[in-house]
Design a protein around this ligand. Structure first.
Ligand code: HMG
Length: 342
């Protein structure tokens, strides 16, 4: 992959065009003005549920927050991206407006229980001159389910700037969303009932993320492929500019979606019997808007020992690398049994 020089890195504003650096807070309150006005209500309705609900933590005490759940995978263990995003929100609450998230490292140590909220206990590890570090324990039933360290940095531009080149793919306007693809499959006249049931279940899931696969799978024709995947992704609803920490929290939520499955692509003869993220690391490189289409480039360089390593790169539409992530997960599989042709 060729390397190329880029311009702005690690800016502060969430916009990808303006030069202004609006106050970067995690304030999730409605915009200024009368919160009851029709415009504010409309804006609130359009606001992404990730902002109004999932990443809107309740403050219980100093450095202690409570998060609720919006969407839970069929595995009925809390979605890893939700816990990471909420942990980063909690960490960022005690960090100044002049500091920006640049990395986080997490371990998922227990399955999250969707029947109870999650508490986030923040430990203020160090406030340095340039870097500030927070440690967060996500707790349920008195036990940690996730341990996360997050680091924040002041804006410190540098002459050392390079990045890989974004893959050349069709723009999102030329592709179908996951829901549109499912409806296309459901429109097949000869579709078997069992497939209809599964596809309608998928349609009913209210995932607060919009996805457009670059290479949509041929319906129920699973063939082996390289452990690489590309899709356009964005938060559903409006988030707006000037809240870079919040956009990082949304990107953390998004980054765990459909990532681990990349490691299964070369093995159509197997299906996951038990799959769960073990750890997750993320680096934020530049400003971006998580409520605008970004290209998510996923690949799995290695799998073995009932584990898979997956890596992702989130690209802005203008080709700037916004964020990178790495994750290892447990992958325990069993052979897919197909009905005999006889
Ligand atoms: C990872 C564990 C479970 C390790 O914890 P542990 O105590 O070492 O557990 P384990 O690995 O020995 O056993 C875990 C399960 O695997 C089974 N098992 C054991 N050995 C074998 C074997 N050889 N062959 C087949 N099965 C085996 C074992 O029986 C058990 O099944 P269960 O009793 O729970 O039904 C724990 O640390 C944990 O739960 N961590 C949290 C993981 C997590 O919740 N991650 C975030 C959510 S997952 C996610 O969001 C990603 C994904 C993929 O779900 C996204 C999406 O759904 O799209």
């Amino acid at each position: 992959m060729a390397e190329r020089k880029v311009g702005d890195i690690c800016g502060s504003s969430a916009s990808t065009t303006s030069d202004d650096h609006p106050k970067d807070t995690l304030d999730l309150k409605p915009e200024d003005g009368d919160p009851e006005s029709p415009e504010a209500q409309k804006d609130q309705d359009l606001k992404s549920v990730l902002v109004t609900s999932v990443l809107n933590l309740e403050e219980i005490d100093v450095d202690l927050y409570r998060g609720t759940h919006h969407w839970v995978p069929r595995t009925q263990r809390l979605f890893g991206g939700q816990i990471i995003g909420q942990a980063l929100v909690a960490a960022a609450k005690s960090v100044g407006d002049n500091l920006y998230a640049h990395s986080l490292h997490c371990y998922f140590v227990r399955a999250g229980d969707p029947k109870v909220p999650v508490l986030y206990q923040v430990d203020r590890i160090r406030d340095g001159r340039s870097f500030t570090v927070r440690s967060v324990r996500a707790i349920q039933h008195g036990q940690p389910i996730l341990i996360c360290q997050a680091s924040f940095q002041m804006l410190q531009p540098s002459p050392l700037q390079h990045q890989f080149t974004m893959p050349a793919v069709p723009p999102p306007e030329d592709l179908l969303t996951a829901e549109e693809l499912i409806r296309l499959y459901l429109s097949k006249p000869d579709l078997a009932e069992k497939y209809k049931l599964g596809l309608n279940k998928l349609l009913a899931i209210e995932v607060p993320i919009e996805i457009k696969p670059v290479n949509p799978p041929v319906f129920y024709k699973v063939t082996a492929s390289e452990p690489k995947n590309l899709f356009w992704v964005r938060a559903r609803g409006y988030i707006g500019e000037g809240n870079m920490k919040l956009h990082c929290c949304v990107a953390a939520y998004v980054s765990d979606f459909a990532l681990l499955g990349t490691a299964l692509l070369p093995y159509p003869g197997y299906r996951a019997q038990f799959a769960a993220s073990l750890d997750h690391a993320m680096w934020f490189h530049s400003t971006f808007r998580s409520d605008e289409w970004m290209l998510y480039e996923c690949e799995s360089p290695w799998a073995g020992g009932s584990r898979g390593l997956v890596q992702g790169r989130l690209w802005r539409r203008d080709g700037v690398l916004a964020a990178s992530c790495s994750q290892e997960g447990v992958l325990r599989v069993k052979p897919v049994t197909r009905p005999s042709k006889l």
